[in-house]
Design a binder for this molecule. Structure first.
Ligand code: GLU
Length: 457
């Protein structure tokens, strides 16, 4: 069977680096196995879901280099969920409950005080038809629970029922179905919670591997039972550790924590985000992979640690710089032309400046400095101005190449006796208007002799 994975965000906010980890674990897993990747929008919560967020997520994935083979939206698939509901009801596995949140909370406290596990006691299963009718006549609407197969004959006599799977990330896992409440599949207002639509879609779309955060481990026990109740073989599962902020807080989509969109806007390279999102919290070193292929080779799901991984956004800048420094012109030329960097010497320009950039967008400023005029951040003293003018007299004749700068400054040194910072800084300021920047050996041929002379005078 073709490996088929899915990334299933709910479009209720922008995806952040933690969601990116889930998306990439799936994407890289599929890539390694020659499989398919489905993007599924879990938008059954119509109130909170927004098309603009779905569009944003699709855009973020594209930016990261993830290309779904198929995109589906749960709100367009209700008939499938309704059919599954009928099947479960017919099998007596979905039952109506009428308790309010307060009633449930009160019962939970009582159970705790009696040292019983605080799970739902299936009281609604005991209701007679008349009692149900009376509750509905009061105006109560039922929510529906899935009857977990955690008993032999009597649902009120639950017993330890182990569900086991060999997790592709965490290894062998066991969940006891008697330790959890029957999950609510349908709310009192008739809307679906995530559990049932997810399982129905995973069956319908032929998902072979469900890879997601380890906050879903317990869910998986109930979902495996649900797959079986729907006569489907459960797929394989993998649960990766979650990312937290440096201070240990969880990342929240709704709070916009470290959204992929904001990282993109700040000029962070997509492969820096992808590399950190995948390699942090694993036994692999965090390095900047230059392509998805390279990252796939570094990706070993079982190397993921069990505990949450602290994510430091500052690390992204370093990885991003590293990627930029090693990006060949061919891979960046389209982005440069979008920045208005176009012409014959753009490749030489890129090679001259890339080692000095925090973001690709900063190249535009250096293009302006080279093509237009120097920036004017730094001033020269009278003494330095005289020095710069005299240096102009030693400027070699063209043609110029990467050696010209060394040749010229060697001659200036002999001529004037200046060396080190006293020699280089005034020249740098005269030529670029800045005290810092890319190697002048690379910039000088881009300026050309005439322009250089003009800037020195
Ligand atoms: N929409 C669910 C979530 O974001 C998907 C979980 C899953 O992958 O099954 O938590």
């Amino acid at each position: 069977m073709t490996v088929t994975v899915r990334f299933a965000p709910s479009p209720t906010g922008h995806i952040h680096i933690g969601n990116t980890r889930t998306a990439l674990f799936n994407w890289l897993y599929a890539k390694k196995e020659g499989g398919r990747f489905i993007l599924r929008f879990d938008d059954t919560d119509i109130e909170r879901s927004r098309q603009e967020y779905a569009d944003g997520i699709a855009r973020d994935l594209e930016w990261l280099g993830i290309e779904p083979d198929l995109t589906v939206t749960q709100s367009q698939r209700f008939s499938l969920y309704d059919a599954a509901v009928e099947k479960l009801k017919a099998a007596g596995l979905l039952y109506p409950c009428y308790e309010t949140t307060e009633e449930l909370e009160r019962r939970r406290k009582i159970r705790l005080s009696r040292r019983l596990p605080p799970v739902y006691g299936r009281e609604a299963l005991k209701l007679t038809d008349e009692e149900r009718a009376a509750l509905e006549a009061e105006g109560r609407k039922p929510h529906w629970r899935f009857l977990l197969p955690n008993y032999r004959h009597d649902p009120f006599m639950t017993e330890r029922t182990e569900v086991q799977w060999d997790d592709v990330v965490r290894g062998p896992q066991t969940v006891d179905l008697a330790s959890m409440s029957d999950p609510v599949l349908i709310r009192a207002d008739g809307t679906y919670l995530y559990t049932l639509p997810s399982v129905v879609d995973d069956v319908d779309l032929g998902v072979t591997h469900i890879i997601r955060g380890d906050d879903h481990v317990t869910n998986t026990g109930a979902q495996i039972a649900l797959f079986r109740a729907l006569d489907a073989a459960p797929p394989a599962f993998g649960h990766h550790n979650l990312l937290t902020t440096a201070s240990g807080e969880g990342l929240s989509k709704r709070r916009g924590a470290l959204s992929v969109a904001s990282l993109r806007e700040n000029g962070i390279e997509p492969m820096a985000v992808a590399s950190l999102a995948v390699l942090i919290g694993t036994s692999e070193n965090v390095t900047a992979a230059s392509s998805m292929q390279e990252l796939a080779a570094l990706f070993v799901p079982t190397a993921t640690s069990r505990s949450a991984a602290k994510f430091d956004p500052a690390e992204l800048t370093g990885l991003s710089r590293h990627i930029i420094q090693n990006t060949p012109f061919t891979k960046v030329s389209d982005r440069l032309s979008e920045l208005g960097i176009a012409g014959d010497d753009t490749e030489a320009f890129w090679l001259a400046v890339r080692g000095n950039l925090d973001t690709v967008a900063e190249a535009a400023e250096w293009w302006r400095i080279v093509k237009d005029r120097p920036a004017s951040d730094a001033e020269l003293s009278q003494d330095d101005r005289d020095f710069v003018r005299s240096a102009a007299r030693s400027l070699p004749l063209e043609p110029w190449d990467g050696e010209t700068w060394r040749e010229w400054t060697g001659a200036v040194k002999t001529e004037t006796g200046r060396k080190g910072r006293g020699l280089f800084m005034p020249l740098r300021i005269a030529l670029t208007g800045r005290e810092q920047g890319p190697e002048l050996a690379g910039l000088l041929p881009l300026l050309g002799r005439e322009e250089t002379l003009a800037r020195l005078s």
